[in-house]
Design a binder for this molecule. Structure first.
Ligand code: IFM
Length: 453
């Protein structure tokens, strides 16, 4: 009888992902400067429970044990981010060698375990000193990012081959400068739009810096976007128009410049009217320069209906009868297949894709026997991997899958209460306990195949 497991393409990459501020802790040592998240966490009410990333999972010190755990589980790749304030405490000028040395040790340790590093250069922890000079709404920040990228590449580029310029620029701009629910907590649509463009410009300039410094054909550079299929809650013209507005504002505003070198027409004056003096000659050539892969973070679909409030006059609503995770996101695995197949149809030149994040928060608990059973997360991963397999079978070139996230960690404004990890962390003593899902995903990684349901 043939094996009913569904095989993934040969060489498919299986890994897990984290981000510096969410796991490292150690915010005051070895010359690290302050980031906007250190500051934001001090604002009363900004983060649930008054939590901060000051200690987090102490991954800064415990990375050897965490890497050994990845190897034991069978995960062959690790996507992690570099904290800009560790490398340049002021975000510009002098370099903190201790910060670079730390990441050198992390990369070396990964390679010793045959784990391939995928390095994200910006996952939201902007140096506070740059925010004090205007942050992402200031054009200069994009140029400072390119300098920082060149510094990191000079330190790690001999062994790191896979680089991700930015993680989810939409969240950095929209939540950081629009709704203000993330650092630096600003609510100003003009600043938000300026942040969008300067983040994308930073991607373009960072890409240019990596290409200039590159180590031949082996180097792969991409950007990670958080994407969802968007659909109207009804056939009404109002809901359809609202759905389109959300799709443009959340996705096309980022996808089109990166993959087509142009903002969508509906993006509005700041992006399309030269008189606004936001998008300058040559910017879009940089932003739209070819990338080697697109990183896609998938968590949910978006169902949209028209609303009288909000600047987009639209709201995302929950579909009926669909289970939700602990952060209230609907579990819709087929949205992943639909998203990837749709991306390929809309962008004939779509580069290879990595699923750079996918995962779910559930209220996990340690059982009396010391184990953590998370059947909901196993089911979530299983169904999403079947959907991913279906997208690959439909012809989408997907090269790898990174579960979000390796260890429970600081979930931004939600603090530590929401657990996304494959591995449970007891924050009182930093003990790690792999959940059932960690072993399950490790089995998938070792066999490069997903079982049927
Ligand atoms: O924890 C975040 C991560 O930092 C970015 N993508 C979504 C995850 C879950 O909210």
């Amino acid at each position: 009888m043939s094996d009913p497991h569904l095989p993934f393409p040969e060489g498919f990459v299986w890994g897990s992902a984290t981000a510096s501020y969410q796991v490292e802790g150690a915010v005051d040592i070895d010359g690290r400067g302050r980031s906007i998240w250190d500051t934001f966490c001090e604002v009363p009410g900004a983060v649930a429970g008054g939590d901060t990333g000051a200690v987090a999972c102490d991954h800064y010190h415990r990375y050897p044990q965490d890497i050994a755990l990845m190897a034991e589980l069978g995960l062959g790749a690790y996507r992690f981010s570099i904290a800009w304030p560790r490398v340049q405490p002021d975000g510009r000028g002098s370099v903190n060698q201790q910060g670079l040395d730390h990441y050198r040790r992390v990369v070396d340790r990964l390679l010793e375990h045959d784990i391939v590093p995928y390095v994200t250069l910006y996952h939201w922890d902007l140096p506070q000193a740059l925010q004090d000079r205007g942050g992402w709404p200031a054009r200069d920040t994009a140029y400072r990012f390119a300098d920082y990228v060149a510094i990191v590449h000079a330190a790690l580029g001999d062994t790191v081959r896979h680089w991700i310029t930015l993680n989810e620029p939409k969240v950095a701009s929209h939540a950081g400068y629009g709704s203000g629910i993330h650092a630096p907590g600003i609510r100003d649509l003009d600043q938000r739009d300026r942040a969008v463009h300067h983040l994308l410009l930073a991607h373009g300039l960072g890409l240019q810096a990596l290409r200039a410094a590159g180590h031949g054909a082996g180097q792969q550079v991409g950007i990670t976007l958080d994407l969802s299929p968007v659909s109207p809650a009804s056939d009404s013209p109002d809901d359809r128009a609202a759905s389109r507005r959300i799709d443009v504002d959340s996705h096309r505003l980022f996808l089109d410049p990166v993959l087509r070198g142009a903002y969508p027409r509906e993006a509005g004056a700041p992006f399309t009217d030269p008189a606004a003096d936001l998008v300058r000659p040559g910017d879009l050539e940089l932003v739209g320069a070819p990338i080697d892969f697109l990183g896609v973070n998938y968590y949910r679909r978006m169902l949209v209906r028209a609303s009288p409030s909000g600047h987009l006059r639209a709201e995302v609503v929950l579909p009926e009868g669909v289970p939700v995770t602990a952060v209230g996101w609907p579990v819709e695995p087929d949205g992943l297949r639909e998203l990837l197949v749709g991306l390929r149809a809309e962008h004939p030149g779509l580069p290879p894709v990595y699923l750079t994040e996918n995962g779910a928060a559930y209220p996990d608990q340690i059982d009396a026997d010391g184990t953590v059973h998370d059947p909901d997360r196993v089911d979530y991963l299983h169904r999403h991997l079947l959907a991913l397999h279906a997208a690959i079978s439909a012809g989408v070139d997907v090269r790898g899958y990174f579960a979000w996230t390796l260890i429970d960690n600081f979930e931004w404004a939600e603090g530590y209460a929401k657990r996304f990890g494959l591995v449970h962390v007891d924050y009182a003593d930093q003990r790690r306990v792999p959940k059932t899902s960690a072993r399950w995903l490790g089995g998938v990684a070792r066999t490069n195949a997903v079982p049927p349901r």
